[in-house]
Design a protein around this ligand. Structure first.
Ligand SMILES: C[S@@+](CC[C@H](N)C(=O)[O-])C[C@H]1O[C@@H](n2cnc3c(N)ncnc32)[C@H](O)[C@@H]1O
Length: 207
């Protein structure tokens, strides 16, 4: 992301965050405890939505230096002591095997270079009984008008929007990586551009 895109990211997302994302993030994160890695944490939209539990240690990874600068500024200004930051991409996470109780991704699988490699890494760093929590915008139903436009505009969109793909079939990719989906909600992302409205969110465990 350019310096300017990172600088205005929170402002651009505010209406959508207020309309639905904040509630979805809170709901997904409400029961967690132990250790969590959030991949592609961006500017830290979820930072304040983690439960205020003593036993929670949060690791945020963010490879983009401009997004990471915003993230680190928020952590410092909020004096959060249970949070650490890694600069690695999700395709090569700089953590040992079996490190985390949870991995969380929100609006990230659309943007990574290699979703399959990222999911393999997520499995590697999760403990055997760990859980992958996800909130992603995804491809619209196959054959729908919206899907046709997603396919058409994807080559241009990903260049403009930090490698964000409009038409990734993320749910299928998560299943194909060997995760078992416990619970998936499919909902329209309110106050967002039509092409990114279809979302999935839920929890997957290791098979
Ligand atoms: C749309 S933003 C979402 C940020 C944040 N997760 C949120 O919910 O607001 C996508 C993020 O994915 C990050 N990203 C892009 N490629 C990545 C990769 N290979 N590994 C990890 N994060 C990546 C971007 O730098 C950006 O911060």
């Amino acid at each position: 992301m350019s310096f300017l895109s990172a600088l205005f990211y929170d402002k651009c997302m505010k209406a959508t965050e207020d309309a639905c994302l904040i509630d979805w993030r809170k709901d997904l994160l409400k029961d967690i405890n132990g250790s969590i890695l959030e991949i592609g944490a961006g500017t830290g939209a979820s930072l304040e939505l983690y439960p205020k539990t003593d036993g929670l240690h949060i690791t945020l990874s963010e490879p983009d230096k401009n997004m990471r600068a915003q993230l680190e500024e928020k952590i410092t200004s909020k004096k959060l002591s249970n949070v650490s930051v890694l600069p690695c991409p999700s395709e090569s996470i700089s953590s040992d095997d079996n490190s985390y109780d949870y991995v969380f991704a929100s609006l990230v699988c659309c943007s990574v270079n290699d979703v399959n490699a990222s999911l393999k890494e997520i499995k590697r760093v999760l403990k055997p009984d760990g859980k992958f929590i996800f909130l992603e915008h995804v491809a619209a139903e196959s054959g729908s008008n919206r899907r046709k436009w997603q396919n058409r505009l994807n080559p241009f969109w990903k260049r403009l929007a930090g490698n964000c793909h409009l038409n990734r079939e993320t749910e299928n990719l998560i299943k194909a990586a060997g995760f078992v989906l416990e619970d998936v909600k499919r909902e329209s992302m309110r106050k967002a551009m039509s092409l990114v409205r279809p979302t999935i969110r839920g929890i997957a465990r290791m098979s």
